[in-house]
Write a protein that binds this ligand. Structure first.
Ligand code: HEM
Length: 564
């Protein structure tokens, strides 16, 4: 069932994949080229045979059988730790192209020339599930883009929700634990899940997205993503603006209902990876348009919404979208472990013209990624082909396991009489705010205004999409009904704070499920025919209206509070 359309394996000695996998072709110049070898490059007579005394199945094997030793020993070391979050993912190659001039707000070299293309690799992921988990589950989707610019690697790490559940970095471990498995039973635990959110209600806006059908996209090609955090576009004169990025699919937004997502998860847990892989093998080139919300620092200082609060969006009427590029995918990876699993993204991979901001979540993220990657991939993960920039040089960072870039005799200290390298004095440090103040231990507090954008999402956005309010209620009820009564009660109060009718409907639907009195089964859908129909061209027109709705959610955002 669900076999991929294209074979990826192409034999051992003389096959060659469409994408150029290196598997050696005998050319006569190197005697062992084109044949299987041991690790040191010596020919193997029979890779499937094992050395023994006597030509029989009953035998004691010999330790001198280097082929067998190497095969088994390599296999037992094949696995590396999976990512702490975003463990389940897939990837693709393509490019970023500048479509519109944006050089008035950034000096980033790769954005200076309309039409210029920058090579790009993307890894798509779910967040909470483990590496082998089903892909169509209710979750945020991760979009991690790696662009190989001439001035270094720039990573954009975005999510399919326009908001994040936390705005205090120290809460990330609690959020992560609560959305994974119960530490005692090893099972997913809905009591734990809702108990976390009941006690951290600034996440309410995020929850509204998570329990809408937006959190069950049919695949990655039919989803948008958002930077959420504010970053900075900087100029070489030292000036800057804040910026949020929106990446909108040109395939149209297409979501499963909960029932459809569940059926597909059972039929084909790899559905999203397969869909992307098959599309690229078939020569399709999925694309996304890239927009910036430009935020003047003066305006940000007095704006009623704190632009560094990752639980909030910024209204388009005050911060219109400005298109400046597009992302096109055109090629599958050749080796999913080498490229997808070993890829290492970080918001600290920045280039001149793009900078971090004082957003506390982005500041926390600045320490997390390269740190976990040293654990997950080893200290020299940046030297792996998928991660290494075109050029990098820093003789003060050297050695460590698996060093394969030689820095020669360059002094490993600084300054030195014998150093013959310069520094990039032409790059001005961006003017940053001047920081002066007392050290405080700050934790953001929940205020009524934290419910305002969630309320708009319920009363305006979902209300404007036929059936979506009903789906939202049944999505929450289906999940919440597995939590214990004392937790359910607090959750009803939380949704009542968004909207009294919403709270009442969730309570009624959930308690009906708990009491086992829910008689109406979820509508049956014919998934196989639906999947068969899912062609990009068909979906484009059909889903354009949903697409527009998705992006208009923050048109209505209130501006009545400031968290700082
Ligand atoms: C304090 C907040 C956060 C922390 C501490 C954090 C930490 C992490 C960690 C440890 C990983 C695994 C990295 C790896 O193993 O290579 C990860 C992956 C990821 N994070 Fe975050 N994260 C945070 C918030 C966010 C936010 C706000 C976004 C997007 C707006 C985001 C986007 C991603 C993406 C896309 C990945 C997957 C990268 C990949 O495909 O390799 N994270 N995060």
């Amino acid at each position: 069932m669900n076999g991929t359309k294209t074979k990826v394996m192409n034999g051992t000695t003389n096959g060659s994949s469409k994408t150029g996998a290196q598997n050696g072709t005998a050319d006569g110049s190197t005697p062992n080229k084109g044949i299987i070898t041991t690790m040191n490059g010596a020919p193997v007579k029979n890779v499937a045979g094992t050395q023994r005394i006597g030509n029989q199945l009953r035998a004691t094997l010999l330790l001198q059988d280097i082929n067998l030793l190497e095969l088994i020993q390599h296999l037992t070391h094949e696995r590396i730790p999976e990512r702490l979050v975003h463990a389940r993912g897939t990837g693709a190659h393509g490019y970023f192209e500048v479509t519109d001039d944006i050089s008035d707000v950034t000096s980033a070299d790769f954005l200076q020339r309309v039409g210029e293309k920058t090579p790009l690799f993307v890894r798509f992921s779910t967040v909470a599930g483990e590496r082998g988990s089903a892909e169509t589950v209710r979750d945020t989707r991760g979009f991690a883009f790696k662009m190989r610019t001439k001035e270094g690697i720039l990573d954009w790490m975005f999510l399919s929700t326009p908001v994040f559940p936390i705005r205090d970095g120290a809460k990330f471990p609690s959020f992560t634990h609560a959305t994974k498995r119960n530490p005692r039973s090893g099972l997913p635990d809905h009591t734990m899940f809702w108990d976390y959110f009941n006690n951290n209600q600034e996440a309410i806006h995020f929850l509204m997205f998570l329990f809408s059908d937006r959190a069950t996209p049919v695949d990655f090609q039919h989803a948008d993503c958002f930077s959420i955090n504010s970053y900075r576009f900087t100029k070489s004169d030292g000036s800057f603006v804040y910026v949020k990025i929106h990446v909108k699919t040109n395939q149209g937004v297409q979501n499963f209902t909960a029932a459809e997502a569940q059926t597909v998860a059972g039929q084909d847990p790899d559905h999203q990876t397969r869909s992307l892989f098959d599309d690229l093998e078939a020569g399709k080139t999925p694309s996304w348009d890239v927009y910036a919300q430009i935020i003047d620092p003066q305006k940000a200082a007095s704006y009623p919404i704190n632009i560094f609060d990752a639980t909030k969006t910024l209204p388009f009427e005050d911060f219109p979208l400005r298109k400046f590029g597009r992302i096109v995918l055109d090629r599958n990876p050749d080796d999913s472990f080498a490229e997808v699993e070993q890829s290492a993204f970080s918001p600290t991979n920045i280039v001149p013209g793009w900078a971090l901001s004082p957003d506390p979540i982005i500041q926390t993220r600045a320490l997390a990624y390269a740190d976990t990657q040293r654990h997950r991939l080893g200290v020299n993960f940046i030297q792996l082909p998928i991660n290494r920039p075109e050029h990098s040089f820093n003789p003060l960072m050297r050695d460590g396991a698996a060093t394969f870039k030689s820095l020669g005799a360059t002094p490993n200290y600084f300054p030195s009489t014998f150093s013959h390298y310069g520094m990039a004095s032409q790059y001005a440090q961006p003017d940053e705010e001047h920081w002066l103040g007392t050290v405080v231990n700050f934790e953001s507090q929940l205020v009524d205004a934290d419910f305002a954008q969630a309320r708009i999402f319920w009363e305006k956005t979902l209300a404007g999409e036929p059936g979506q309010q009903d789906n939202f209620v049944s999505n929450v009820a289906g999940h919440l009904s597995s939590a214990v009564a004392e937790v359910r009660t607090v959750t009803y109060a939380m949704f009542t704070r968004v909207n009294a009718d919403l709270g009442m409907r969730i309570q009624k639907a959930t308690e009906a499920l708990v009491a086992g009195t829910a008689t109406k089964a979820p509508p049956k859908t014919n998934i196989s025919s639906k999947l068969a129909d899912m062609k990009l061209a068909d979906l484009h027109a059909k889903k354009q209206s949903a697409h527009n709705d998705t992006h208009n959610f923050d048109l209505f955002a209130h501006k009545a509070w400031n968290l700082s």
